[in-house]
Design a protein. Structure first.
Length: 130
């Protein structure tokens, strides 16, 4: 069991974000009975899973280590969010900035996740029919 888990950890991490997004959504929905709260909590928690999945898919498809580029992008995005927060409010609240960063990251990386998944399936189909 442990050997199987070690050999397939990449595959598990690639396919887990969608499952955990729905799982967390339904758990929070059952607890709080508020749809928007369930959406926000599931988005904020699973954003990290989508980032990890995009890194693994990019590494698998293109043999490129994207981790440092993604970290730099996330730091830049957080800086933009905090600068915008400074101009729109009188003080910077880091917690709100990180929450907004997680929501934006979910949006960006879930789109990239779907696009890379479609690209991967398309490449498999091209291999099969050639």
């Amino acid at each position: 069991m442990v050997d199987w888990l070690k050999s397939n950890i990449d595959t598990i991490l690639i396919f887990s974000p969608i499952f955990f997004t729905y799982l967390i959504y339904f758990i929070v929905l059952k607890i709080s009975r508020k749809r928007w709260k369930a959406v926000h909590v599931s988005v904020q928690i699973t954003a990290v899973l989508y980032i990890v999945a995009v890194i693994l898919i990019g590494n698998h498809l293109f043999q490129v280590k994207m981790t440092s580029y993604i970290i730099i992008f996330l730091i830049f995005l957080l800086a933009v969010i905090l600068i915008q927060q400074r101009y729109s409010q009188t003080e910077i609240i880091l917690y709100d900035g990180i929450r907004l960063l997680l929501r934006w990251s979910f949006l960006i990386f879930s789109i990239i996740y779907v696009c890379l998944g479609l690209y991967y399936v398309l490449m498999l189909l091209i291999k099969v029919f050639n």
